[in-house]
Ligand binder design. Sequence first.
Ligand code: NAP
Length: 292
Amino acid sequence: MSGFFNVVKKIGKKSNALYLHLIFSRIGMPEHQKIKNVVVIGAGNLATHLALALHRKGINVIQVLNRSREAGERLARRVSAGFNNDLGGADFGADLYILAVSDSAIEEVARNLKLKDQLLVHTSGSVGMASLSGASSNLGVFYPLQTFSKDRRINFSNIPVCIEANRSENEEKLLQLARLISKKAVLINSEQRKVLHMTAVFAGNFSSFMYTIAEDLLKKHGVPFGLLKPLIQQTAATAKHDDVFSRQTGPAVRGDTKIMDEHLEMLARHGAYMEIYDLISKSIIKHKSRND
Ligand SMILES: NC(=O)c1ccc[n+]([C@@H]2O[C@H](COP(=O)([O-])OP(=O)(O)OC[C@H]3O[C@@H](n4cnc5c(N)ncnc54)[C@H](OP(=O)(O)O)[C@@H]3O)[C@@H](O)[C@H]2O)c1
């Protein structure tokens, strides 16, 4: 630690926010860090958050490659990287190539990178690792399980990063990198990752749409959606426990057909919502009878 304070002393008067940022960000990076330099391909939602998280931990993003110049240059500036909008113009001096482009473009862009042995990963939850085969002899997946949007702040340290690789030494390198930015790095194969991604639709996307239905119906009756927020928070907190269903409440799990019929009647003018209510209620009843 005294070495650290000597460095701080040395930069003395010259010290400014940038120097301190560099020193503090590098404290998080172990001496034996295997992946130090990365190229990020893509400049969308995930590429932006991931490049920034790595940069903050002292990983060198040496280059951003992106099809469109504006987004690519903006990200490159934020992580002090070079930029190229020719996807065949990768800097071959990196330890890792992170392909964070749309799922449908992964295979084609990977091939066009013209890598040989360099470690190449994609970041998708639903695309198999095999989609990269042929693009390099060292492959993997680096999938952060969260929903990312460029303009929403994110704390990467709480996001599980799911790792897969074609060789154990690549697994180790990727796990080490993932642990630098997240408290939770796990090995997950392509099949498991696809299931995980599908269940994220239930747990995340569908739950969110349930809030939308509630908001829409309340608005139609002039009731503020905010009144439901404590209930929503309490419900989300049940996911902290295992066996979530044991904490299921509501008319379906109680078998209260009178209330369910009343609700269905109220929803008669909202055909799609009525179908969703009916389907989920029946599913809860079936699930309960299987578990009893
Ligand atoms: N966003 C999330 O919540 C999230 C979470 C976990 C994993 N992921 C994964 O991360 C990857 C990127 O997703 P994203 O949400 O960041 O996407 P995004 O915001 O829509 O950005 C897509 C990126 O891919 C590039 N791209 C699209 N089609 C291309 C093509 N045909 N050729 C070359 N580049 C192309 C775009 O370049 P331009 O700028 O030129 O359009 C852009 O840089 C996907 O594999 C996704 O499954 C996303």
